[in-house]
Design a protein around this ligand. Structure first.
Ligand code: TRH
Length: 356
């Protein structure tokens, strides 16, 4: 089938990250013909970088405006149109669909959520005045909803520890054996300085891997760089491919992630993590976080519950770090459970079955 994915980038990398990962899955794992229209090609190409050309070249990446041309020649009408994260389709592209001999199916792909109410909205029709069928599609953890975008499923960390990606060899050479490793990918609002100072005071050797842009966040190269005890080593990573980021997450003892895509990758890495959820005005993100923790901690004992909730709500490490081993065991089990629940192929496969 022919798929047109519309990717409008609000900010950050996630909109592009999720759209690219979906396009890659549909194209390389499910043999679909995929085209992406994006309003910020530099960001999309950044997220698509580092991918095997045999996979990348099969996906037709186009600027948003290129979708207008359909208006005149509806020969390439797609079978499915995806509005990623509820972005509006361009008027002129829609006009092209109106005169198309065979009408496509429009899918409004929503944000990932663990909240129970999505079960009632998933796969529901969204009647349109123009008469082209449109449906809501909710990614989620429950079996009744759209599933999780797990592709490509990352291997377990132990199995690939020696396969150091080329871009990371220099940093990896500086890691100290026996030191714990923590990677950081968060939003500017995170209390990172205080968090690192508190962690440093615990006295344990920890190598901190700062993802692209976070050294600046910590003003490491500015006038008053952060002063940390020598048991903490800060190392700055370049922007790496999605698969190399998966590798980093799998090689760390703890990860701080954010948004949507890295949130899922951290779970697939099978390691403990903090989800720095995208803050929303009306504090809706706190409800969203709580809904996820309800699922994530279903099998957890009181000690782990308290430690995980404390960590995810930015309590200082001294209040929960002692539960790390317990949390590590839990994270491995959560990865297994997640993969079991998505053994039908997850979001991409469920989307295919839905439109078939
Ligand atoms: O960048 P994000 O904060 O994106 C967010 C979310 O999408 C959120 O839902 C949306 O509302 C908000 O943007 C506007 O976080 P996320 O979702 O984890 O996406 C980051 C992507 O960047 C992910 O695909 C991984 C990728 N990435 C790399 O490929 N290499 C890197 O070095 C880094 C740091 C990230």
């Amino acid at each position: 089938m022919r798929w047109d994915i519309f990717c409008q980038i609000v900010d950050n990398y996630g909109d592009a990250g999720v759209c690219w990962r979906l396009a890659r899955s549909l194209s390389s794992l499910h043999g679909q013909e995929v085209r992406i229209f994006c309003d910020d090609l530099p960001t999309l190409n950044l997220l698509a970088s580092g991918v095997d050309p045999a996979i990348k070249d099969k996906i037709d990446i186009q600027p948003w405006e290129a979708s207008y041309s359909n208006a005149r020649h509806p020969v390439q009408t797609p079978d499915v149109v995806i509005e990623a994260f509820g972005c509006e389709l361009p008027e002129r592209y829609l006009a092209g669909l109106f005169i198309a001999p065979i009408k496509p199916l429009i899918i409004n792909l929503e944000y990932l959520s663990a909240e129970p109410w999505i079960v009632d909205f998933h796969a529901k029709a969204s009647p349109q005045s123009h008469g082209i069928s449109k449906y809501f599609f909710f990614p989620g953890f429950q079996k009744e909803v759209g599933g999780i975008l797990v592709d490509p499923i990352p291997p377990e960390g132990e199995k690939v520890a020696k396969q150091i990606p080329y871009d990371l060899k220099a940093v990896w050479a500086k890691l100290r054996s026996g030191a714990k490793r923590i990677s950081i990918f968060c939003y500017p609002g995170a209390p990172l300085r205080k968090w690192l100072e508190d962690l440093g005071a615990l006295g344990e050797d920890v190598d901190i891997l700062l993802t692209h842009g976070h050294a600046e966040l910590l003003n490491l190269y500015g006038e008053q760089p952060i002063q940390l005890p020598s048991n903490l080593q800060l190392l700055s990573l370049p922007f790496v491919s999605q698969d190399d980021l998966d590798w980093v997450l799998s090689q760390c003892d703890f990860n701080i992630v954010r948004g949507e895509d890295s949130f899922v990758r951290a779970q697939l890495a099978g390691k403990p993590f903090i989800w720095h959820i995208y803050p929303q005005e009306d504090r809706a993100h706190e409800v969203k976080l709580a809904a996820f923790l309800d699922l994530y901690l279903e099998e957890a004992n009181q000690e782990l519950r308290l430690a995980t909730i404390a960590a995810m709500t930015w309590a200082m490490p001294s209040q929960w770090f002692k539960a790390l081993d317990l949390w590590s065991t839990h994270s491995k089990a959560w990865r297994m459970q997640l993969l079991k629940n998505q053994e039908d192929g997850g979001l991409a496969a469920r989307l295919l079955r839905f439109v078939a």
